[in-house]
Write a protein that binds this ligand. Structure first.
Ligand code: ZN
Length: 279
């Protein structure tokens, strides 16, 4: 949106300036926050910091109160409606992928499980900043079509055939990085079986299942990580990627009155990309 008004003492942004809101608010002064990693602020919970829309009401409305100008990133000429989802659907996969860059040189393979709001942006980010061959998995044929449209080299059904297909496509080696944007039992099992020796599994989806890790479960050297959202500087980088035309979020637009319908479609897995409610 645009800055509508500044509270007493607020500086650093101008009224009418188009901005994106960085959503993972921390204390702003600890070591993690000093690095921009407010998503990993160890004090946020004890200080009762609850960003609007995530634990506190206030995001789905005409106006949004932001505690500090540091949580605002200039949008420049990006369209707010097209760009708003980048603050989550772009930032979350970007954070996971950036922390796996060492595993994804040219010639490597990355698997994306789940081509939803985050996964379809994850595919684009992988294509934009890594040399990996990208294999996307989903249960829904429309989502597989979307995966191909946004740059996946291969898009395959996320069923019992997936493991053998990926093993075959990688000549038995497996994938150097697996990004599970679902996080349920069957997807984690696919991740476990397709990750390469010394590879990395990033459990991004909050399906809540558990992946047994260790000798006789995951391959030797494999890392399993459950990242959360992203850092302030990474959001700037995500917006830069969008500005360069390298990534975009597929969006369906709804009015505020239509928000319940947006939730219904989301619940039924019918939303292509992200639903954006525009007051
Ligand atoms: Zn902090």
């Amino acid at each position: 949106g645009v800055v509508d008004a500044l509270g007493p003492g607020a500086t650093g942004v101008e009224v009418a300036e188009p901005v994106a809101v960085y959503g993972a608010w921390g204390c702003g002064v600890c070591h993690a926050c000093a690095q921009g990693a407010e998503n990993y602020c160890p004090r946020a919970s004890s200080l009762g910091i609850q960003p609007p829309g995530l634990g506190a009401p206030g995001a789905m409305a005409e106006y949004l109160v932001v505690d500090d100008a540091r949580h605002l990133v200039p949008l420049g000429d990006l369209d707010p409606v097209a760009a708003v989802s980048l603050t989550d659907a772009g930032l979350t996969p970007y954070h996971a992928i950036v922390s796996s860059l060492g595993a994804l040189p040219a010639g490597s393979t990355a698997v994306v499980i789940g081509v939803g709001g985050l996964g379809h942006v994850g595919i684009q980010i992988l294509r934009a900043i890594t040399g990996a061959t990208v294999i996307a998995l989903d249960l829904n044929e429309d989502k597989l079509k979307l995966a191909r449209e946004v740059g996946a080299h291969r898009a395959l059904p996320s069923d019992e055939s997936a493991v053998e297909s990926i093993r075959s496509l990688t000549v038995g080696v497996g994938a150097q990085a697996v990004f599970d944007f679902v996080g349920n039992g069957p997807t984690l099992e696919i991740a476990r079986q397709v990750v390469a020796l010394n590879g990395v599994i990033q459990i991004v989806g909050i399906g809540g299942a558990v992946l047994p890790t260790g000798f006789f479960s995951t391959p030797m050297g494999a890392t399993v990580r459950a990242p959360y959202w992203g850092t302030r500087s990474e959001l700037m980088e995500v917006l830069d990627l969008a500005r360069a035309g390298a990534i975009h979020v597929e969006t369906e637009r709804f009015t505020l009155d239509e928000a319940p319908e947006a939730y219904r479609r989301l619940h039924e897995g019918m939303v292509r990309g992200r639903a954006v409610v525009v007051p």
